[in-house]
Design a protein around this ligand. Structure first.
Ligand code: GLN
Length: 373
């Protein structure tokens, strides 16, 4: 079987490379990630469901993969595009090569791509794409037609496809603060409840289908909505569940998709960014302390809320402040409610992978639950 693979963009542009991971066909929205490290966490982040991920860092796989850094039980990216994969992985933590991990989970990838040129194209706007190798190769017009028949990310509701089937509990590690958080899994990364447990919280992770009433019946001290794939505009059910929590003034914290859902629950709109933020090197201003933090991002949508001053939540939850802003493009990166105990960020304080600058947000959640804000 030939090792040739083709990456085909919806606008008809074609890149030729070599099979990386499994051979076959995959379709998805093609997006780029600017992280220099953390490929294992990226691959297993459920928010990448249905996306083909291009790594802008040229060398991928250098440290192989290990048994500790998965952010969920499987790889979620739809396909993987790299420039120069490591031939010999080297790390004392590695248990296998990245190529092996991709292949064993049937993830179709491509290597040898000029990812710099590709990223310049995607900065004009993300689009649908496909990777084809082995038996899936065909002539280019046929492959473009398959790509165009693929699903769009706008309008996609994907949280239920990645969420857990049954609730599970994570016990506090170290000192028990006696506080219980119900964390709704819309595509949660493993490190998020872990960061809470490390601070002494008891966390019950529940499926995305858990209703607002069911959440409240657990009498939580705080409610958390996780990151997750898909278009927040298609998540009306979760917005309704969240409003039930906000109505009862139960302390709330949201990350990424959870931030977009808080935005929607407050009555703001969301919109699709031209190419999104993905990587572990994104500058964000915390407008409460005026400190700049370097943060981990993975989002293609954002909340449309007034940047300056306080605004009245259109859905009637009192005053809201945009608490964090991305310094690259002024995109809303955090919301803080001033009259109800709720806040959220668009980025990833759990930092897996990524810098730990934003870990204080978990402490803010604890303060909110203790009524100390
Ligand atoms: N990581 C996330 O939660 C992503 C949220 C949403 N799917 C987006 O792309 O913006």
């Amino acid at each position: 079987m030939t090792d040739t693979a083709l990456l085909v963009l919806e606008d008809g542009q074609v890149f030729q490379g070599k099979r990386y991971g499994a051979a076959g066909q995959t379709l998805g929205e093609i997006v780029f990630n600017t992280g220099m490290t953390g490929y294992q966490e990226t691959l297993t982040d459920p928010s990448y469901h249905r996306q083909i991920v291009v790594m802008t860092a040229p060398h991928i796989g250098n440290t192989g993969v290990n048994d500790e850094d998965d952010e969920s039980t499987q790889i979620w990216v739809a396909g993987y595009v790299v420039r120069d994969p490591a031939r010999v992985p080297s790390s004392w933590r590695a248990t296998r090569s990245l190529d092996d991990m991709l292949e064993s989970q049937g993830i179709v990838g491509i290597s040898g791509i000029d990812t710099r040129q590709l990223t310049r194209i995607l900065r004009e706007g993300v689009m649908r794409a496909g990777i084809f190798s082995g038996d899936a190769l065909a002539d280019v017009p046929e492959l473009v037609a398959r790509v165009k028949a693929g699903e769009e990310m706008a309008g996609a509701h994907l949280a239920d496809a990645v969420s857990v089937a049954e609730p599970y509990e994570i016990a506090p590690k170290g000192e028990d603060l006696g506080l219980h958080v119900v964390a709704v899994d819309l595509g949660i990364k493993a490190m998020t409840p872990e960061r809470m447990a490390e601070r002494g919280l008891r966390v019950t992770v529940v499926p995305s289908s858990t209703t607002g009433e069911q959440i409240l019946a657990m009498q939580p001290d705080g409610v958390f909505f996780s990151n997750g794939p898909g278009d927040p505009a298609a998540a009306d059910r979760s917005v309704g569940d969240l409003r039930k929590v906000l109505d009862q003034k139960v302390p709330f914290f949201g990350i990424c998709f959870g931030n977009q859902l808080l935005g929607r629950a407050l009555g703001y709109g969301t919109y699709k960014l031209p190419f999104g933020h993905r990587g572990i090197n994104q500058p964000v201003m915390d407008r409460t302390t005026n400190k700049v933090e370097i943060t981990a991002h993975n989002h293609g949508f954002a909340v449309d809320a007034p940047l300056d001053g306080e605004s009245d939540a259109p859905a009637g939850y009192g005053r809201v402040k945009v608490s964090h802003v991305c310094l690259n493009d002024d995109v809303v990166e955090g919301l803080e409610c001033l009259d109800i105990p709720a806040f959220s960020v668009q980025y990833h304080p759990e930092a897996a992978a990524g810098p730990h600058d934003a870990a204080y947000l978990f402490d803010r959640f604890i303060d909110l639950m203790k009524g100390e804000r």
